[in-house]
Ligand binder design. Sequence first.
Ligand SMILES: *Cc1c(COP(=O)(O)O)cnc(C)c1O
Length: 456
Amino acid sequence: MSPQSADLAARDLAVVWHPCTQMHDHETLPMLPIASAQGAWLHGHDGKRYLDAVSSWWTCLLGHRHPRIVAALKDQLDRLDHVMLAGFTHEPAIELAEELVRIAPRAADPARALRRVFYADNGSSAIEVALKLSFHYWRNSGRGERTRFVALSGGYHGETLGALSVTDVPLYRTTYAPLLMEPIFAPSPDAYEAEPGESAAACASRRLREMRAILERHAHEVCAVILEPLVQCAGGMRMHDASYLTGLRALCDEFDVHLIADEIAVGFGRTGTLFACEQGGIAPDFLCLSKGLTGGTLALSAVLTTTRVYDAFYAEYSAGKAFLHSHSYTGNPIACRAALATLSVLREEPVLERNRVLAAHLASRLAPLADHPNVADVRQTGMIAAVELVRDKATREPFPSSERRGLRVYRHGLERGAVLRPLGNVVYFMPPFCIAPDDIDFMVEVAVEGIERAVV
Ligand SMILES: *Cc1c(COP(=O)(O)O)cnc(C)c1O
């Protein structure tokens, strides 16, 4: 480590408390001060560069410091920094809402189109907004007995208390369980948990039958079903068949409950389509967006909903029906400009077409891993790929989490110059869309070496 890097790391460890970290680990794990970034690469104060194979927690969509986003931000800073969005408005918030409504997944029924945008400033807050809006919709409609949510096993929706309530990742949830709402957890259509010989589609339809049974019993007290469409990301990059989305939309219609699609991680092209919902041919009643929305530059989130939901709140003030939820930085103009620049790149450049080529390249490089004696599954949806490490390939017995095998892959990655940050025993890849084929080769090579070291 260079002297400057060591100095920054020491000063950091004296005052900063890091997210999702047992700080004690840093007695042996080096803290990495980053000086700059360009494209798919982070540049350390130690003079080394690191391939950002996880898009800095899935935020950096197009690559670091994309020139069009940088230019838009500089221009916006010369005009308007911030103004509260209650009573005031500005072009970036208006234009971004217009653009989001334009590109949102199409509803089969035009009366259920996503036409309204509520801003918040991070993913968890968007989930809080969607949960509150759904509950409040039913209350405003004389159905105040609807107070519960249905969520999927293995799902992740953030870590504020409401979002954590509908999250089923024990690492994050168990400690705080006494503080949380209790949703009804339905089994995930996760294809990794399919019965032997069962296809992903057959697994999805079996899980839909179980969802039907839950709604038959509980629909009268349920506001909404919430899920991460196609890929349950933080829960281990578990993937399901798109037919589950189609079937779930039909069940929500049949039982008259809302559908909340959390596309915070999977939105904006990660799964191969602009939104994951498109692959099931559906639109939700609430669409939550964040992470890649600003191309990974600033914190911003948006909840899109229908005119039907909006109208249930629209009344004389005295009726007491308004949605009185706010965050100080709601609709921040600088963040909205970053989002507009990101969406204009997605609109004007053949990003998704290029991703198809990159995704196929990634798949071909990962394919040999399927034969590895400690790999139970290699799976991919668009630009998200994952490798499931196990102790026993035949029985799929996992490595105990206490052995922290993934951490060995992480350490090896840093030594070699790639940021791989496994989720438990799942080594995954979610690179920025600007990644070069050569960089994909390097990323996979480092991962394979790391896996070899982790499984011994
Ligand atoms: C990251 C994430 C969130 C939470 O977003 P934050 O900005 O970290 O609060 C919610 N849902 C999903 C699917 C996510 O991946």
